[in-house]
Design a protein. Sequence first.
Length: 472
Amino acid sequence: MRLLISSFQKLLSHSRFMLTIRSQGGIYRGLILFRLSPNLEETLDAKAKLLAAHKQLYIMESACPHLGADMSHADIEEHEDGVVAVCPWHRYDFDLKTGANEMGLHACTYPVHVETDDADGIDKVYMEPPALDSEWTLVELRPVSEEFADPPPTCAKENIEATAPISMHPVEDEPIVPVDNAPNTLMEWAVLILNTPNPLLKVERTRHAVQMFRTGQLKSIGNKKLFNPPQPPDVPRRDALYVKNSVDPTRMRTKKSKAFMLHALANIEQWAIDLAWDIMARFGPMHPDLPPAFFSDFAKMALDESKHFSLLTARLAAISPSTPYGSMPVHASLWESASITSTSLRARLAIIHLVHEARGLDVNPQTIERFRKAGDSDSVNVMEIVHADEVTHVTTGHRWFTWMCEKDGGLDPITTFREEVRQSWRGDIKGPFNAEARKTAGLSPGFYENLRGEMDTYEMESSPAKVQIGYD
Ligand code: FES
C-alpha cells in the first residue's frame, strides 16, 4: 500500500512537517518529513530542477530510538555517503534513508515517492506506511513551525500565526526563566507554568519551555523521578487583573457580540494551556511508563493553545479596544472537569479531550460562520486555525486513550470510553455532531452516539473533593 501525503507544491512552504498516521486497527505513528533545500545548478531547466527536488524528501519516525527525543528540531548534516539527522538530546545521528546509526540503534524510515498524477497533472507525494497494518490514514500534516518556513511565507494565515501581537499588560518584574530555582525538567516547567498567574507570562513561558524541550536544551522530562516529583496545584493560579471583571454582565447588550465571543474563547484557551501542562505534570509521575511521545504531543498542544490565546486576544484588542481580555466575566467550567478527573489519566483523556474538545469540533464551524456573516474575515482566519489544531488535539486524546486501553489489558476503547463518560459526566453528550471532523480525529459514532453521563448516580466518594473556583 502507498499513502498519499500531499501535493509536492504544498510542501514548498516549509522544510519540515509533522505527520500523524493511523492504521485501521488504531495504531498511531508520529513521523517527520524533511525536505532538504536542493543544491541545484543554475543550468538545470525547470523540469530537471523539480526532479532533483523530488529526491530531497525523507520521512522518519519523530521520536528518537535512543531515549525518545522529539526529532522535529534535529540538525541535518550532509556527508559524502548520505544525509543524517542528528538528535538534539545526545547527538546520535541516523541515516535518513536507512535509519542506521553507528552505535547500532535504528530509526524507522519510510520510502517516499513523488509521481505526477495523470488525471490532473499534479505532482503528488506518497509514502510507504508500516507493514503492521494494511490500511493507513493520514490524520495530520503540519509544518513544524515558522522557524522552518521557506521565505516568502505563502499564505495569509501563516502570517497571522507568526506575527499576532498580544495587547495585554506586560509582566514587568518577572523574567521568563526565574532567576532562582530555574526549572531543569519538563515536569518542573509544567508546574511553574501552572503556577504562573499572568496569562502573558504563561504564554511566554510555554513558548520557551517547548522550544527548549524540542531543541535539546532541556534533556529531561523528569517524570521518572521517584521521590518528590513537583506537584501541580489543584487549580492553576489566575492574575486578579484578569478575573476582576470591569464589564457588568447585565449591561452587555448582547451575549452574542463578537467581542463577547472572542473574550469567552480566549478564556477557554487560557484554561486549555493549563490543561495541557497539567496532564503532563499530574499523570507523568503516576505513569512512568508513558513514552516521550506522550510529552511531545502534549507540549505541542500547550504551544498550540498559547498560540490560540494570543490570536484571540489580539483580535479582541483589534475590534473592541474598550473591552480588553479580563474585562468581561469568565468561567472555569473546564477546570471542574479537570478536578473530577484528577486521579485517572483514562478519565482525563476521555472527558477533557474526547468530550469537551470533541464538542469544540462540533461548534467551531458555527462560530466561524457567525464571524463570516458579520464580515469579520480576520476572526474567520483565526478560528479556522483554531479548528484545524483542535482536530489534532482530539486525535492526541484518542491516541493516548487507546494506548491506555491497550496497556490496561487490551480493553475495548469504545466500551471503555462510554463507561468513563457514564461515571464522570453529567447529562447527554449533545449533538449535532461534526461526524467528519470527529472521524478524522479517530472518533467513530460508536464512541459518542446515544451516550449519557450518569455521574450523579455514581457514588462519588472515591472522587476527589470538588475544587471551588470562585469567579464567573
Ligand atoms: S540521542 Fe536521541 S534521545 Fe538520546
